[in-house]
Design a protein around this ligand. Structure first.
Ligand code: CA
Length: 503
């Protein structure tokens, strides 16, 4: 039996740290995920290199930034002929598997490589009776996606060659849009969820990007997002649904007296007395559906941890819980992600490894998803290849480094041509104290128009004085020296990783 640690990497999709109870926000209860915080370490400053699904997954697998691995948007799929961390671990003697959401493309040059076993959801995947591509073969699996992914992960662990260490990536679809809970959890969270202080943000004192984004709960949620159908017909009760199959948004009219919304499962009809009541209804319905899908993930994490306990694997297994990015849960009035603002930029990250990590620790240093691959290889006792741009944060985990950690995270988002969200392209850096963002492009342009670069703007936030990120102080004379210093750090970071400025 090898003494090298096993690695179980559990990743949810769009799970904000705020919706994990050990992060202390008090909006839900996740006792199983919390076991990892209690028995291991919680990171408060883990960041994503590009706050959307596909690029984040590429950064995790390859240990490179997205301008290097070329997976910059949801449509630019991975080239699976290039090296990735699973290939390195497999070559180094690990058994490797990935189960669940892949979202890096299908077909010969995009499907998973480097895995002894793979069974993944095509595209975004379905919540119920999902299709899966299993070792190249399309199958339909009855059940709820979170349970299916857990069952397949545990089955693989059961069948593995016990003479080798293992690397398992268990990737949930939940809590990704359109937030379909397991029927048994449909009644969870009857109490209303607290509304964030910035829910009615007026987007003053910020770059234009904030007010232009079409990610508002009040205006931009679709019927399917909230499990509703329209009285006029269209989206029918019980119909099987794919993400994007309906592009009609729930109206947000001044006069709500004529609006009727119908629950797709129960047929319950909702009417409203005011515009504000409608907004609150959308927020509560969104949050409760989101949190209900997380209840199933929490149960799944418990099953995996119990399996490790029952099979005497706990001591020698690194268990990680994270998400491919954060998510807005009503902050600034938004859902979705994409932005470098804190709620979508921050990834939850909990890790347990009894041999090296003390119980109940909290780390405030900055780590990034691009660091994961190097960290896995470090624990596996393998060389970290030069092409990888992240660095192992094992010294933070075992406490051998406490000072002089390079606390800089870089983010870049390219999908500004997506008219659905109208999120402007940007790049920037964050350190412990400040966040500098450069918005360098207009949003969606109608054919034949030319908006040029008039919306190029800089933002600086003082994360200590203004944690809600409501005041851009880039032009404040009091921050002149900070702007200079942060610009220098940004330039150095871009040069170090080989990315190109847009000036
Ligand atoms: Ca995601």
């Amino acid at each position: 039996m090898s003494s090298r640690p096993n690695i179980v990497f559990i990743m949810a999709d769009d799970h904000a740290s705020k919706a994990i109870s050990s992060y202390g926000w008090g909006i839900n209860h996740t006792p199983q995920i919390d076991r990892l915080a209690k028995e291991g370490m919680r990171f408060d400053h883990c960041y994503v290199t590009n706050s959307i699904c596909t690029p984040s997954r590429a950064a995790i697998l390859t240990g490179t930034y997205n301008h290097v691995n070329r997976v910059t948007t949801l449509e630019t799929h991975i080239d699976n002929r290039l090296p990735n961390v699973a290939k390195h671990l497999r070559t180094g003697g690990y058994q490797t598997a990935i189960v669940g959401k892949w979202h890096l493309g299908e077909g010969k040059h995009h499907e998973p490589t480097g895995f002894d076993y793979w069974s993944v959801l095509p595209g975004q995947g379905e919540y119920f009776d999902p299709y899966m591509i299993e070792m190249g073969v399309k199958i339909e699996v009855p059940g709820y996606a979170t349970d299916v992914i857990t069952d397949k992960s545990l089955n693989w662990l059961d069948k593995r060659d016990q003479s080798k260490p293992f690397f398992l990536m268990c990737h949930h679809k939940a809590p990704h849009r359109n937030w379909e809970p397991h029927p048994k959890n449909r009644d969870l969270y009857q109490e209303d969820v607290a509304i964030p202080d910035t829910f009615n943000d007026d987007y003053k004192n910020r770059a234009k990007a904030a007010s232009e984004a079409k990610m508002r709960i009040k205006d931009d949620m679709k019927y399917a997002d909230l499990g509703l159908v329209q009285a006029e017909g269209g989206f029918e009760v019980g119909e099987r649904m794919m993400h994007g199959s309906t592009d009609r948004k729930i109206p947000n009219p001044e006069d709500v007296s004529e609006l009727r919304l119908i629950d797709k499962d129960t047929g319950e009809v909702f009417t409203f007395k005011s515009n504000e009541e409608l907004s609150r209804f959308k927020y509560q319905r969104y949050m409760k559906r989101y949190l209900r899908t997380i209840a199933s993930i929490d149960e799944s994490v418990g099953r995996v941890l119990d399996y490790l306990d029952e099979n005497n694997l706990t001591e020698n297994t690194i268990v990680i819980y994270t998400s491919d990015q954060g998510f807005f849960l009503g902050e600034h009035g938004w859902f979705d992600k994409r932005f470098m603002y804190e709620e979508s930029f921050q990834m939850p990250f909990l890790v347990r490894y009894p041999k090296e990590i003390k119980q109940g620790k909290v780390c405030k240093n900055v780590i990034c998803n691009v660091d994961f691959a190097a960290t896995f290889l470090d624990f596996a006792g393998q060389c970290i290849p030069d092409y990888m741009q992240g660095r192992s944060f094992r010294p933070l985990l075992n406490g051998t480094v406490t000072d002089n950690w390079p606390d800089v995270a870089y983010h870049r988002y390219w999908m500004h041509r997506d008219p659905d969200h109208n999120a402007y392209a940007h790049y920037g850096i964050r350190n412990q104290r400040y966040k500098l963002i450069y918005w360098y492009n207009e949003g969606y342009e109608l054919p034949g128009t030319n908006h040029g670069g008039e919306d190029r703007e800089w933002e600086l936030f003082d994360c200590e004085e203004d944690p809600l990120e409501l005041f851009n102080v880039f032009d404040d004379p009091a921050y002149k020296d900070v702007v200079e210093k942060m610009t220098q750090i940004l330039n150095e970071k871009m040069a170090a990783i080989g990315d190109t400025p847009e000036h």
